[in-house]
Design a binder for this molecule. Sequence first.
Ligand SMILES: Cc1ncc(COP(=O)(O)O)c(C=O)c1O
Length: 385
Amino acid sequence: MTQTERSVHPESLAAQALGWVDATTRAISPPIHASTTFIRDEDNQYRSGRIYARADNPAFDQAEQLIAALERGAQGALFASGMAAATAVFQSLAPGDHVLAPQVMYWSLRNWLMNFATAWGLKVQLVDMTSPDAVRAALQSGKTKLVWIETPANPLWSVTDIAATAALAHAVGARVAVDSTVATPVLTRPLELGADLVMHAATKYLNGHSDLIAGVLVTRVDDEFWKRVKTVRAQLGGTLGSFESWLLLRGMRTLYLRVHAASQSAQRLAEHFAAHRRVSHVLYPGLRDAPGHAIAARQMQGGFGGMLSIRVAGGETAAIATAAHIALWKRATSLGGTESLVEHRASIEGAGTPAPADLLRLSVGLEHVDDLIADLEQALARAHG
Ligand SMILES: Cc1ncc(COP(=O)(O)O)c(C=O)c1O
């Protein structure tokens, strides 16, 4: 981090994408480096440090340094998707290593852990990550190498205490990685709370426009494990494209405005539907009576995020009918875009999902919150006929 990066607010760093100006053209928006290969010096060296774009690409530099600065980490690395970033962490471990992951987490990563990581030899144990007692009981001294946290966690928005979990993990020599996709660096900085790595599905809030698949990791220190992670990226090839890196940098310029607006609207929606007769539960860490509210209030600053879920009175049929009658929200998977999305989560997660059958997951976008409330109101009324 430079002196300027330390002295200004993160909003200013994001708005100017660190303020870099292209050295050759004086352009404020960077060029898109499309080259896959770089010139070798006449004396057979590669002094530029650039060899081949599967391993590294100048198109990554600004976005990686911006996200590292926002997370207060040593380095960032872009990946071709959130899944490529997350799996690179697990693939940097060794067969036989014991890892803890949450029972409630992004379902595709849980599926990969249970079906592929275990086949490769990782000992994956799912625990209630919201319970320090459960984590303490599951940790195996010297054997547990990684604790994976997601907070707030899909699709129930359960909250894990990052600082408490990191202290437990470090006491037995395990690293801690946090999927902070939903919190974003705007609301939570896991590295400052003791985590070793932060992961984002940059597909979501970091880019913010539903037009890019990308992932990112940030490390607290540039150590041997981080070098392995970068080697996994280079050799397995989960590398982001040049245009996608450019798009991601553009999206991150408005990150703070978008996340704050979505959080405010989500809080309004949660409070509005909390006492609604057609909604049995609202799951949102910003509600005072939410199970993780006290921890969330401590480790999230400036809001509780743009994601919430509602459980529709009347069960699965009423929930699916509500989604069917929605007009302004879009019926689609994913999250973190400018447009609000609604999804019957159990339908996409399938067997083994912790999502109750009556649950609708809501990704709150940037529309006027009164329009979002009115649309959900009419959809609930029509579903209940
Ligand atoms: C919390 C979370 N983590 C990871 C991912 C995976 O990201 P991607 O779809 O970019 O691979 C997602 C995607 O929905 C997610 O919501």
